[in-house]
Design a protein around this ligand. Structure first.
Ligand SMILES: NC(=O)CC[C@H](N)C(=O)O
Length: 493
């Protein structure tokens, strides 16, 4: 068993991608590999087969590793419900809340959960590829850190630092990251990976040679800017990347960008359908004009409903429904479509009016529902997942739609991930297109969503294979960071 930590000079440097790429590259060599992120902050999560909730990125990295996703791969998940408070998920189950001021101090218990999970996981796999968070040089947080060098030190993991060259300043960021670490932490930083490079690598080489000289550590390689390759992101959506053109009629989808959107990766599969264009928006005019509007999940249903109203988006959605133009709500978005919502759990707001577009009432319960339901719609099988405290019940007869309801051109379901089922997605979109007066029909030869995702993971592994010095990578996995790596002053101040 061995491990490696993939850290980054910044958030979004590409740690998740590099971790996924290394996982798939190792899995292809027949190595039993698992991903790990000690603590993830994200409202995009997934329910594992054993009912545990983990970050969506670790779930996808597990797929890259060809391993069954499980709680130990992301033992701590912080789900921000507001700017100051996060809901804590530990080993896949609710574990209270954490206020912003406690992030640095109140986490000792979480650190030991994460360390135990790593130790246990690494006993069952040949290699564990860990992803860090943010930058390891956030020295104000170093004392309580268990995600970056706190983890690496505990388990003597070699560390690769990934930098995003697209933002510029990557050489300074790499040098500075190292120079702000203590001598003990620096001893584990074993190499650099430049990410998102476009252009002539020859121009970059002298800079890389200087970086190697001043840091005494090798650049393992320069990963190219990979078009149409990304990973289910932690805090943003990459719908544009899925886009595929199709001749003939198109279909436009507007997804409302809630401040606390959760599991909004649901719309990725819509975006991957040829001819379907998905836009994230907070603009009532865009909501009015689209063929389909999606209200996605939300970690703060009542607060995001208030936000929807403050923007005048409620009127745009209601007007669509009245005109028989398609609206879909998923989980939190489905809850908002109800006649009323009683919530003494998530917002503490008590009873509030919903948009009244479906004949349902929503009640929040303290117990969180985590599940992997199966069902069907018009003969198409649907496998999904659910994560919620609020449940809707019909107060008048209504056509059923998955676990939810349909009234006119308004559909709602608690189920996430339903649109990844190809047959269901295409049949439902065909019905939506008809309701919207569009001639869109599914392309007969379009690949399925799972195949597109697999292709992306394979292209990532190809990039690792061709762009990185994999012999150095294997040596680090075999023997850890080499002894005698030079200390670069000043070190941690
Ligand atoms: N996944 C979601 O959209 C969750 C909806 C809502 N926040 C709940 O907990 O019930």
């Amino acid at each position: 068993m061995s491990g490696l930590l993939v850290a980054g000079t910044t958030s979004d440097a590409g740690k998740s991608l590099v971790t996924a790429g290394i996982c798939r590259w190792l899995a292809r060599r027949g190595i039993r590999v698992a991903p790990f992120k000690a603590q993830n902050m994200s409202n995009n999560s997934m329910v594992c087969a054993d009912g545990a909730e983990i970050g969506r990125a670790q779930w996808l990295q597990a797929r890259a590793a060809r391993a069954e996703p499980e709680a130990a791969m992301n033992p701590v998940l912080l789900k921000p419900g507001s700017d100051r408070r996060s809901h804590v998920v530990a080993l896949g189950k609710p574990f209270g809340t954490l206020e912003a001021g406690e992030y640095a101090t109140g986490r000792a218990g979480l650190a030991s959960i994460a360390f135990d999970a790593y130790a246990e996981l690494s006993g069952r796999f040949d290699v564990v590829v860990c992803e860090g968070a943010g930058s390891p040089a956030e020295i104000n947080l170093r004392a309580g850190d268990y995600v970056n060098l706190g983890l690496a030190r505990r388990f003597s993991l070699p560390v690769l630092v990934v930098g995003d060259i697209d933002r510029g300043g990557v050489l300074a960021a790499m040098f500075g990251t190292l120079a702000l670490l203590s001598a003990e932490d620096q001893a584990l930083v074993a190499g650099w990976v430049v990410n998102k490079f476009r252009g002539d690598v020859g121009l970059l080489r002298p800079g890389l040679a200087s970086l190697e000289r001043v840091t005494g550590r090798p650049v393992l390689g320069v990963l190219p800017w990979l078009d149409r390759v990304w990973i289910d992101s932690e805090d943003a959506l990459a719908v544009a990347g899925w886009r595929r053109e199709q001749t003939g009629g198109g279909l436009t989808v507007a997804v409302v960008r809630f401040p606390r959107a959760s599991n909004a990766t649901d719309v990725d599969a819509l975006a991957a359908e040829p001819g379907v264009t998905v836009t994230l928006t907070a603009d009532p005019d865009v909501v009015a004009a689209a063929d389909l509007v999606v209200l996605p999940g939300s970690r703060a249903t009542v607060d995001d409903l208030r936000w929807l109203r403050s923007r005048g988006l409620d009127a745009a959605v209601t007007a669509r429904a009245a005109a028989g133009r398609p609206v879909l709500g998923v989980c939190g978005g489905y809850q908002m479509l109800a006649e009323s919502i009683v919530d003494d759990v998530e917002s503490g707001a008590g009873e509030v009016d919903g948009l009244g577009l479906l004949p349902t009432r929503v009640a929040f319960a303290a117990e969180k529902v985590l599940g992997r339901p199966h069902g069907s719609w018009r003969g198409h099988q649907v496998s999904a997942y659910e994560i919620h405290h609020g449940s809707a019940t019909a107060v008048a007869p209504a056509e059923s739609f998955l676990d939810g309801h349909r009234a006119g051109a308004v559909w709602g379901t608690t189920w996430h991930g339903a649109f990844e089922n190809d047959g269901f997605r295409r049949a439902w979109l065909t019905e939506v297109a008809r309701a919207a007066g569009r001639s869109w029909t599914p392309a007969p030869d379009a690949p399925g969503f799972a195949a597109l995702r697999e292709d992306m993971l394979d292209r990532l592994a190809d990039a690792v294979d061709t762009a990185l010095d994999t012999s150095v990578l294997l040596r680090l996995l075999d023997s850890g960071a080499p002894a005698g790596l030079p200390f670069v002053p000043p070190g941690a101040p």
